[in-house]
Design a protein around this ligand. Structure first.
Ligand SMILES: Nc1ncnc2c1ncn2[C@@H]1O[C@H](COP(=O)(O)OP(=O)(O)OP(=O)(O)O)[C@@H](O)[C@H]1O
Ligand SMILES: [Mg+2]
Length: 372
């Protein structure tokens, strides 16, 4: 429980036990186990069709699982209708009623609950204050900015003082700048309220900015679940490595295994990579190395033969200036491009000139090719 502006908001844990939901031949949610702590910001990250919305709808009670159990605050709510679960929801492509005012839009969920008017007004005042919407009560949605509309949708999800809030891609319709502002704001509301938020997105930056913990979803399963730093630095599979973080991909075969490292033959050149689980000498592997782990050097410097770095020579094709950093696009001998995110250089590194791309041996992640 937290006390906010004189109002007590209950918070609750959530537990899913082997929850499954099928639609005909499609298993949208496949034996999901999950325990959400009382005060955590949890992101569900995954591509389109991976089952994110279906999983949220099961938690909200809008969808019944074919198998498994949903527990909120230690109580089995699997057979309970949405009302009575104390769960708030902000929907994918949230829609405000265009002919209702801000106040009418926000109070709408309470209409279903037959609350006395005094209670409704009190909760409205609380949520308008929390989301800094005071003064906008009588406006219509088309008289609001995108960010204000978003806050109204959020207020509608919070007005019944849920113990748990579910958000389904609530920022998808906003432009980039507003989106990053709202990311910070939503995280702040979650921390202030102290209730768990489950936030669905297919945008990795959003998940990384906002959440404490992330589950990466694929075909109804959690491919990986963990602290966001863990997901970012230690992806458990090629799928996660592709989906989270900006990484280059290099393909080759294992030439030698030595302790925790492996020598991968890439385009006739050896690279020292982390030893991939389940792959032996001769096996095909995919190696991922993040843009920011690479360093760019003028080709004039002497190549090193030390064992603790990898080096690839290439031709610098373009420099994309980003402010604190720049992205260097380097054409490399296998015919692909590497992206290097490094500090902007003023000397020795020019487009159409040869360059060296260097990084520490063993950095990045390497996986055996998945069986088709
Ligand atoms: N009511 C339904 N009837 C039939 N199939 C459905 C239904 N709802 C979802 N599905 C299927 O279940 C799978 C998961 O859908 P879901 O909406 O949960 O995905 P999602 O991860 O939210 O995707 P998106 O990022 O596009 O919103 C998809 O294959 C979808 O076509
Ligand atoms: Mg969805």
């Amino acid at each position: 429980m937290v006390l906010l502006a004189g109002v007590t908001v209950p918070s609750a844990t959530l537990a899913l036990k082997s929850v499954t939901r099928r639609f005909g031949p499609v298993t949208a949610v496949d034996r999901i186990d999950l325990a959400i702590k009382q005060d955590e910001f949890f992101a569900l990250l995954g591509p389109s069709g991976s089952g994110k919305t279906t999983l949220l709808r099961i938690v909200a009670g809008l969808e019944r699982p074919d198998e498994g159990q949903v527990e909120i605050a230690g109580r089995d709510v699997t057979d309970l209708p949405p009302y009575g679960r104390h769960v708030g929801m902000v929907f994918q492509n949230f829609l405000l009623f265009p002919h209702k005012t801000v106040a009418e839009n926000i109070v709408f969920p309470l209409r279903m609950q037959n609350l006395p008017k005094a209670r409704r007004d009190e909760q409205l005042a609380w949520v308008m204050g929390l989301l800094r919407l005071q003064g906008l009560e009588a406006r219509y949605p088309n008289e609001l900015s995108g960010g204000q509309q978003q806050r109204v949708a959020l207020a509608r999800g919070l007005i019944s003082r849920p113990a748990l809030l579910l958000l389904d891609e609530p920022l998808a319709n906003l432009d980039r700048e507003l989106r990053s502002e709202m990311e910070v704001e939503i995280r702040r509301y979650q921390k202030e309220l102290g209730i768990p938020f489950i936030y669905v997105t297919h945008n990795q930056e959003e998940a990384l900015t906002m959440s404490d913990r992330i589950a990466v979803m694929r075909n109804g399963r959690f491919e990986q679940i963990g602290a966001k730093t863990e997901i970012y630095t230690n992806p458990a599979s090629a799928f996660v490595a592709t989906f989270v973080g900006h990484a280059n991909r290099l393909e080759g075969r294992i030439a030698e295994i030595d302790g925790a490292l492996a020598r991968m033959a890439w385009n006739g050149q050896p690279l020292l990579v982390p030893r991939p689980a389940g792959a032996g000498v001769g096996d095909k592997v995919r190696y991922f190395i993040k843009h920011e782990d690479l360093e760019i050097l003028p080709a004039a410097v002497n190549g090193v033969s030390a064992n603790d770095v990898n080096e690839i020579r290439g031709l610098l094709r373009d420099i994309i200036f980003k402010g604190q950093t720049a992205n260097y696009i380097v054409a490399v001998p296998d015919g692909g491009d590497l992206v290097v995110s490094d500090t902007p250089r003023t000397v020795g590194v020019h487009p159409n000139q040869p360059v060296i791309v260097r990084w520490p041996a063993g950095a990045g992640a390497c996986f055996a090719d998945e069986a088709p």
